[in-house]
Design a protein around this ligand. Structure first.
Ligand code: GAP
Length: 478
């Protein structure tokens, strides 16, 4: 991992954003817990997402479907048969790799060495292999031909490539046998599809309309070594937008634009975001783009926008025997709607914000670490400091805190030198620190320090709330 990534992981733990799950037992790989500040950041992200998807669109309704679903759901969706990763084992180190990623990394190495032509040729073969009927065999053949070595041991000693299903399964009821096997959902989307008619009827929606949902998903990821980037238990923020067949590309383009703008409005610099078009389309899609962010570990997907055709509704109609068609009152036609999906990873969005916010600045021979979160997303919006713990300053600070709590997450701290209190707030990304001092006692004014510029404004206590609202509204990412 890069130095920068290590610093972000370390700050996340030190300041209570993210902890390894079950740490006292040595941890559980690829699972993490959100601490007091992490959970605030995550909640702010979900609130912004819900607001922009549900409240800002009169024709989008919310849903919270169960994690456990009837097992036929996953047969219909194609996950039982096709939700596989092609895996290969290094026989010497016993480490397991995703065969396609091994080849992608080899292509990157060729590019870094300036062997562009060769890199292009191998990449073309990789795309062919991913689309081959015998994908595993084709990937294995390519690894053999190129003599791609294991990144960890440097040895060329591979097993064959095998397909490995990523779904976790469990059993309902007291006896475990094949008949009561169920799966932990690997995506939230299917909970939306099976509720298509329920939400449409109760929401009195006509096509086009959308259903939005935030929830946990589970995947038995094999290569899971990148902090909260790839986890086995994670959260998705998904929306399925049902449209008339033939109009899906218009909806696809419109949602692509909106979703990219949402990330930019979170304070992510546009130069750190890009589109990536899928070379190999998933079994359900007729077009697919990812939004990628430039993490310290490289460009990686944070959200997928997929045109899923009528694949899912058709499959559920076939497997359940229930009609999933829509009767269009405008045209008197019956059809299976097509679907445009926006599927964002909540944890990857949080990781994006942590990476984007992390800054180090040289200050008087010292390093100031600050998290430059958008003030709307910062875990703590405003800190209240009495300069000293006497003369009525704590009481004034507490009364300002009380007045702000309804609108902002406000934090009171009276311990330590004021400079150190500012630094602690910089490190967790608190955009505003209000200090009550001697002057406050005389003229009912306070100073408000800006995290980014470190400038301080002196303003009347009565104007604090309006001042904060104005500053938050005018904030721009740099
Ligand atoms: N319903 C479509 C779907 O699930 P996906 O591209 O497999 O599509 C969507 O996943 C998003 O979910 C990804 O862009 C990513 O942000 C997030 N995601 C997927 N697997 C993840 C994992 N193992 N850990 C964290 N986030 C993950």
């Amino acid at each position: 991992m890069s130095d920068l990534f290590d610093k972000i992981v370390s700050l996340s733990k030190r300041r209570g954003f993210i902890f390894q799950s079950s740490e006292i037992y040595g941890g559980l790989a690829a699972t993490y817990d959100y601490g007091p500040l992490g959970v605030e950041l995550k909640r702010n992200v979900t609130q912004r997402w819900w607001n922009s998807m549900v409240y800002q669109h009169h024709n989008v309704s919310g849903l919270d479907a169960a994690i456990m679903m009837h097992p036929t759901t996953w047969k219909a969706s194609g996950h039982v048969d096709a939700f596989n990763d092609p895996l290969i084992d290094d026989k010497t180190s016993k480490k397991r790799y995703r065969a396609d990623q091994l080849i992608e990394e080899y292509v990157e190495r060729l590019r870094r060495k300036g062997k562009e032509e060769k890199a292009d040729a191998v990449y073309e073969r990789l795309v062919e292999a991913l689309n081959a009927d015998d994908m595993a065999g084709a990937l294995y053949a390519l690894i053999m031909e190129e003599e791609i070595r294991s990144p960890d041991s440097g040895v060329f000693d591979w097993t064959e490539v095998r397909q490995f299903n990523l779904m976790f399964d469990t059993h309902v009821g007291p006896v475990s046998n094949g008949e009561n096997k169920i799966y932990l959902r690997p995506e939230t989307a299917q909970g939306i599809f099976v509720n298509f008619h329920n939400v449409r009827e109760t929401g009195r929606h006509q096509v086009p309309f959308g259903i939005a949902q935030i929830g946990k998903a589970f995947r038995n990821e094999i290569v899971a070594r990148q902090f909260i980037f790839r986890m086995r238990e994670f959260e998705q923020m998904e929306m399925q937008y049902f449209v008339k067949p033939g109009t899906q590309m218009e909806a696809f383009e419109s949602w692509r634009e909106k979703r990219m703008q949402w990330h930019i409005d979170n304070g992510v610099r546009p130069s750190k975001l890009r589109w990536h078009e899928h070379e190999k389309l998933a079994h359900y899609a007729d077009a697919a783009f990812d939004i990628q962010y430039e993490f310290p570990i490289g460009w990686q997907e944070i959200e997928g926008i997929h045109s899923r055709t009528d694949f899912d509704l058709k499959a559920h109609q076939e497997h359940s025997g229930k009609k999933m068609e829509y009767f269009d009152p405008q045209t008197n036609e019956k059809y299976l709607p097509y679907v445009v999906e926006t599927s964002a990873g909540l944890d990857r969005t949080v990781l994006t914000l942590l990476c984007e916010a992390y800054r180090e600045e040289e200050l008087d021979g010292d390093t100031r670490t600050l998290m430059k979160f958008h003030p709307k997303l910062a875990p703590i919006t405003v800190a209240l400091f009495p300069l000293v713990k006497k003369d009525g300053m704590p009481e004034i600070a507490h009364s300002i805190e009380e007045g702000l709590k309804e609108h902002f997450n406000a934090f009171y701290d009276e311990k330590g030198a004021i400079g150190r209190r500012y630094r602690r707030m910089d490190e967790v990304g608190t955009p505003f620190c209000i200090t009550v001092d001697g002057e406050s006692l005389e003229d009912q004014s306070v100073t408000i320090r800006d995290r980014d510029t470190m400038n301080q404004d002196r303003i009347p206590i009565d104007n604090v709330r309006t001042y904060l609202f104005d500053k938050i509204a005018g904030w721009k990412a740099e």
